[in-house]
Design a protein around this ligand. Structure first.
Ligand code: FAD
Length: 468
């Protein structure tokens, strides 16, 4: 491999010490093992260590110390920037560590760091319990939780990271550490929103809540002609809706031949997606206004299994397509912001693309701004700008469209971004400092304590504080 020479004995020793496979270029499993969700990413690691447990992770971290190889850490492989893999380095891949065990008495779940939200929902729903995850079920628990976690239960039960009881991780020194409110509390603060900067998480312990098995849901689509009016009505609706209701709106073509008549399938539309985390009858009533903003083009709202709702968007985000997403926390949903959302959705180069507005507030604001590192707690809405496309020839057009849209929409934001929708980590330092503001110094000091050499650099990176 270019620039990397590793003695065979070193690799054999790593292989002998790990229960999981250590995969190299040329192995039949190599190409599958280096592929991530975003088809734009084409990285060629020197080694991929498929860890089976904490011992493998410690050994692999020690190997990085011995060899100075660049390091990438893989949970569910869904980071848009492709930070789960790297060129010429070691990937510590946790994707086979997927065990989830539920304590129904305590209402907690212990989740290994390679699990997806489908793994978590499957086990927790066996007991009628859930913790807030993400809106696509094959997204990894690890990256999503460490960045904050914004899912269908957020207004009632908060961010995913708000539901953490404790986190087990391996530090850059290869030490096994537990972080919770009682133990290593500062580290626990940083892990809730500060990303993968401080170590390799091996498992999370989450609080669970009674949810389902059936929940009232809303999924209704209107024509783009009514988009501005719908968004204004939506703004009024979320101001008064109960915390049980969590919603998201998307403007895009969403060309679904099963949902739409032939004459509108290729037209721009606006959709509202949401669920109610309580009694389904009360939920149907609470969600009803969302279905009355205009004459729907399609309305598939209704009470359904919580696990089905958690998977309702899965097919829209297939592995290997091309993706480029960015975000901004919005100060509000003003009439001018609404006009610009419609404008940018109209200008999107791909029909699979959407401009999304995620409702925040509710239980997210029950946690104090200083209580966790997560930076967007103050914001009433998150803007997600998602370019999704199939033709590689359209890469440049799509990336440019997202960047232009974000540059324009900054007028409605303090410039802070949701780190789990990070583009390709352009302007990392500026974005991190703007996003975290005064908390950046605390993150940077924590980084200096746990990872002074910035071994965990391939992420939305916090630079270790120096003495200067
Ligand atoms: P990976 O690509 O495996 O990892 C990303 C980064 O996380 C790594 O580079 C590393 O820095 C860190 N990391 C991963 N595992 C560990 C570990 N064990 N220890 C330490 N650091 C680790 N976000 C939301 O909040 N809500 C959503 O509803 C949502 N929906 C999404 C839907 C799709 C289809 C996609 C692609 C993304 C979605 N996201 C959502 C964004 C998601 O939170 C991020 O992409 C996140 O990084 C995915 O985590 P992962 O473990 O799959 O990522």
């Amino acid at each position: 491999m270019a620039g990397v020479s590793l003695a065979d004995e070193r690799i054999e020793s790593l292989r002998a010490d790990c229960s999981g496979a250590v995969i190299e270029p040329g192995d039949p499993a190599y190409d599958d093992a280096r592929a991530v969700w975003n088809g734009m990413i084409d990285k060629r690691p020197r080694l991929i260590a498929r860890c089976q447990g904490v011992a493998d992770v410690i050994r692999a971290v020690d190997f990085v110390g011995e060899t100075d190889l660049p390091l990438a850490v893989r949970g569910g492989g869904h980071n848009v920037a492709g930070t789960a893999v790297c060129d010429d380095g070691l990937v510590i891949d946790l994707s086979e560590m997927t065990a989830v065990s539920v304590d129904p008495e305590e209402q907690t779940a212990r989740v290994q760091a390679g699990a997806t939200w489908a793994d978590v929902d499957h086990e927790t729903q066996a007991f009628g319990l859930a913790t807030p995850g993400g809106v696509v079920s094959d997204t990894g628990v690890a990256g999503l939780t460490l960045g904050g976690g914004i899912g269908h239960l957020r207004c009632k039960y908060g961010l995913t990271c708000d539901n953490l009881r404790s986190v087990d991780l391996v530090t850059a020194e290869g030490e096994f550490v537990t972080a919770s409110a009682e133990e290593n509390a500062d580290l626990f603060w940083g892990l809730r929103g500060g990303g993968g900067n401080f170590g390799i998480v091996t498992s999370f312990e989450f609080d669970l809540h009674p949810v389902g098995p059936a929940v009232a849901t809303c999924f209704v689509l209107y024509s783009a002609e009514s988009a501005e009016s719908c968004l204004r009505q939506y703004r009024e609706y979320v101001a008064d809706s109960p915390d049980e209701v969590t919603t998201l709106t998307s403007v895009g073509v969403m060309p679904d031949e099963e949902l739409f008549d032939e004459d509108v399938v290729d037209d721009l539309k606006i959709g509202f997606l949401g669920c109610h985390a309580g009694d389904p009858d009360a939920g149907e009533r609470a969600l009803a206004p969302l279905r009355e903003f205009a004459e729907p083009l399609a309305d598939v709202s209704g009470t359904m299994a919580y696990t089905d709702f958690q998977q309702i968007l899965d097919e829209d985000y297939p592995d290997g397509m091309h993706y480029y997403w960015k975000s901004l926390f919005l100060d509000g949903l003003t009439d001018s912001a609404i006009d610009r959302i419609r404008y940018w959705a109209d200008a999107a180069p791909s029909p699979l693309t959407t401009v999304d507005v995620w409702e925040l507030g509710g239980a997210i604001t029950d946690v104090g701004l200083e209580e966790s590192a997560f930076a967007g707690r103050h914001a009433p809405f998150l803007l997600g700008v998602e370019a999704n496309w199939e033709d590689p020839e359209m890469d440049e057009d799509n990336v440019e469209w997202v960047q232009d849209c974000i540059a324009d929409m900054r007028q409605f934001s303090d410039g802070s971004v949701y780190l789990n929708f990070p583009g390709f980590l352009e302007d990392n330092d500026e974005v991190m400092e703007t996003t975290f503001g005064s908390a950046y110094a605390r993150l940077s000091a924590l980084k200096a304590e746990y990872d002074p050499e910035n071994v965990f650099e391939l992420n939305q990176n916090v630079k270790p504080a120096t003495d200067e």
